[in-house]
Design a protein around this ligand. Structure first.
Ligand SMILES: [Zn+2]
Length: 700
């Protein structure tokens, strides 16, 4: 009766909503607001162990499977067990050699137990299943149609050998073994794979055995992960990878790459041992698994941090020439940091994935500080802020921690990655590096090999600092948005007083607050720079400083710590001083401001100068792009010079792109010469694109 009533009500609501959904294009922000509020997925049992056996037949994209699940009841009188099981057909369910009744419908396997279990009572079920020509519908799980969710027999292609692999993130385990496929249930597991004898197999944990049956000629490989983990971190990859061996102390490292890529892979993954050493010191906790494999697979854009066995994109293997343009270090660092953040501790539900992704994204920046120049590290942080701000501007703003999602994949956006990473960095700046390190170590040690929620992290912060940082987490994690700041300053030459006024102008209708912000103001005079720390917690505040002489430069947010949009109206003279005297990110900002004033000859000549003489390539690149918004002979000459002479391939590429964007075939000969002369793949590609643009014009 009540069911019928509910069905009628749902029907009526759908009838009301359908015209709205069909006829009116909703914004991404509205789409976010309409997402369902999720509750933790309930289950009345707790899986202890999965023993997964597969026999693979790659020509028919088929396998036979047998998974033994050991679980205990978490309620009295447990009579039915509901598991996720999709894309394969369950043939038998056995307990202690006797068959059990079951049904398999719409991705759910419901098993009737032979007797009701008492709380804490343990049972093992053996489930037999099979699939022919497996085909997982990834769109059902909110992924793109080409996403290799679940189990894949990837055929050989011009760029990859045949590879068989699983991709369990986010709901992929259920396509190759029956499971409670949710991050809240952690279990140990074994993976036992039988297949053709010339293929290797890698999975989580330790290798138990690897044998070939002389009679059948089939190989069987047995891996065991003796620490519990959620199902989305289980992995299996089979194929004929080349295995490069490395080590960090006693820890074995393997780079599993395509045959022929060995030399490039050695170079591309060379930072791995040093990164592990760095993270062990940073987190105060030893690398938590028995080995670390990085396994190249096709079709993945980044990586997936399965415990002890990260699968990683093909692009991470680069040639020596490509490594001059960029490195895979940020990706390698990100996936490696997950071995602590996401793997050693994991989130209990998708609401809390910032505990994994924000920390791994922050780790990219921390490794950049350790490994690269100060300017490069500052640029890395700047780019993370920009990635979030783009999403905030073009899509939506949401709290980082939220239970509003329809599919887990929706949570893996620029808020969870970049905004969360930058928020962690602001917190690190706020509490100081030492306290931050103690918080991380305490959190990892307290919750090792278990799942956590955001509240657990807040508890650790309170315990370590004995202070209340709720105000910080509330504004940055639990509410949407970021500060939008208007900054202005005046100088009273009589009183020798500098006044700086800051207004918070962010739209607050979605719940974005007036932020409480620690702000560093850098005040530079002939005597040098002084940093003044002020606190802002109102919509508008003015701060005054006694300064001996008129400042040459006022740097708002010295150290570039805050996540913000901001305007700071400065005189051209002040911007030109900043362009030639400030730190790298200040100079980068000055270029953007000056770009609007290039009709002033002094500005134009300063930008031409900067495009060639700035010590940091990203400032030269930005100056080249700014110059390209105008066109005259002096600018063209400057761009050609940068394209030919700059020591950094990104600057040469930017100059070539800019010349191409002029859509002028008179540059064709120059561009062809650059194409022929370039060693850098990045700059060569830019020359080719620019040349193609010119050629299009040449042939009407
Ligand atoms: Zn990640």
């Amino acid at each position: 009766m009540s069911l019928k009533f509910n069905a009628a009500l749902v029907g009526a609501i759908l009838a009301l909503m359908t015209p709205f959904l069909l006829d009116v294009a909703i914004t991404d922000q509205e789409e976010f607001q309409l997402r369902r509020e999720q509750q933790l997925r309930a289950h009345d049992f707790d899986v202890q162990h999965y023993r997964i056996k597969l026999s693979l037949d790659e020509p028919t994209k088929s396998f036979d499977g047998e998974t033994a699940i050991t679980f205990s009841a978490t309620m009295n009188g447990l009579e039915e067990l509901a598991l996720d099981a999709e894309s394969f057909t369950v043939d038998t369910v056995m307990r202690q050699g006797a068959p059990l009744a079951f049904t398999q419908e719409e991705g759910k396997l419901e098993i009737t137990l032979d007797h009701a279990l008492a709380v804490g009572e343990e049972a093992t079920l053996v489930i037999g299943y099979s699939v022919t020509n497996i085909n997982v519908d990834s769109t059902k799980y909110g992924m793109g149609a080409n996403y290799d969710l679940g189990f894949n027999f990837k055929p050989e292609s011009p760029t990859n050998p045949q590879i068989i692999f699983t991709l369990n993130f986010p709901e992929g385990a259920r396509h190759w073994f029956p499971s409670f496929d949710h991050p809240s249930d952690w279990a140990t597991h074994e993976t036992i794979v039988e297949l053709r004898k010339d293929y290797g197999v890698v999975a989580n944990g330790a290798l138990i055995s690897d044998t070939v049956d002389p009679e059948t000629g089939r190989r069987t490989v047995h891996w065991s992960q003796t620490r519990p983990q959620p199902t989305y971190l289980y992995v299996m990859v089979a194929g004929n990878h080349s295995v490069l061996v490395d080590k960090h102390g006693d820890l074995p490292l393997h780079y599993r790459v395509y045959p022929g890529d060995e030399a490039d892979a050695r170079l591309s993954f060379r930072s791995t041992p040093g990164m592990i050493a760095f993270f062990e010191v940073l987190y105060g906790v030893k690398y938590p698994w028995v080995k670390y494999d990085q396994i190249v697979i096709p079709g993945i854009g980044g990586g997936a941090e399965s415990t002890s066995a990260t699968v990683i994109s093909e692009w991470s293997v680069m040639s020596a020439a490509e490594l001059e343009d960029e490195t895979p270090d940020a990706l390698i660092a990100h996936e490696l940091a997950h071995q602590w953040w996401g793997d050693l501790i994991g989130y209990k539900d998708w609401d809390h994935i910032w505990l994994s992704e924000s920390f791994a994204t922050h780790a990219e920046y921390l490794f950049a500080i350790h490994d690269l120049s100060a300017d490069e590290a500052a640029l890395a942080l700047h780019q993370q802020k920009a990635a979030y701000l783009r999403e905030a501007e073009t899509k939506f703003m949401r709290p980082i921690v939220t239970n509003k999602w329809d599919r887990p994949n929706q949570m893996f956006d620029r808020h969870t990655y970049e905004k969360g990473g930058v928020v962690l960095n602001m917190f690190r700046e706020l509490v100081g590096e030492e306290v931050f390190g103690t918080i991380l170590r305490t959190f990892l040690e307290t919750h090792a090999y278990s799942n956590v929620t955001t509240t657990d992290f807040f508890d650790t912060v309170r315990q370590v600092t004995e202070k209340d940082y709720n105000w910080f987490f509330d504004q940055w994690l639990l509410r949407p948005g970021h500060p939008v700041l208007d900054v202005s300053h005046t100088w009273d030459n009589k009183q020798k007083v500098l006044s700086v006024t800051i207004k918070q102008t962010q739209d607050r209708k979605l719940g974005t607050p007036v932020f409480r912000l620690p702000i560093n103001l850098g005040i530079t005079t002939k005597a040098g720079e002084t940093i003044e720390r002020v606190w802002m917690d109102k919509e508008q505040q003015t701060y005054t400083f006694d300064v001996a002489e008129e400042p040459l430069l006022v740097h708002f947010d010295a150290g570039d710590i805050l996540l913000k949009e901001w305007t700071f109206d400065k005189s051209t003279e002040a911007l030109l001083y900043q362009l030639s005297h400030d730190k790298a990110m200040g100079r980068l900002w000055a270029v953007s401001e000056l770009q609007e004033r290039m009709d002033d000859p002094a500005v134009l000549s300063a930008l031409v100068e900067s495009s060639g003489a700035d010590v940091f390539w990203a400032v030269r690149e930005r100056a080249v792009q700014a110059l390209g918004t105008m066109r005259n002979d002096a600018i063209s000459l400057a761009l050609e010079t940068r394209a030919r002479q700059d020591a950094h391939s990104h600057v040469r590429a930017a100059a070539l792109e800019t010349l191409g964007a002029y859509d002028d075939k008179s540059f064709s000969v120059f561009l062809q010469n650059r194409y022929d002369a370039e060693d850098s793949p990045l700059a060569k590609a830019a020359a080719a694109t620019a040349l193609a643009d010119s050629a299009d014009l040449a042939s009407p």
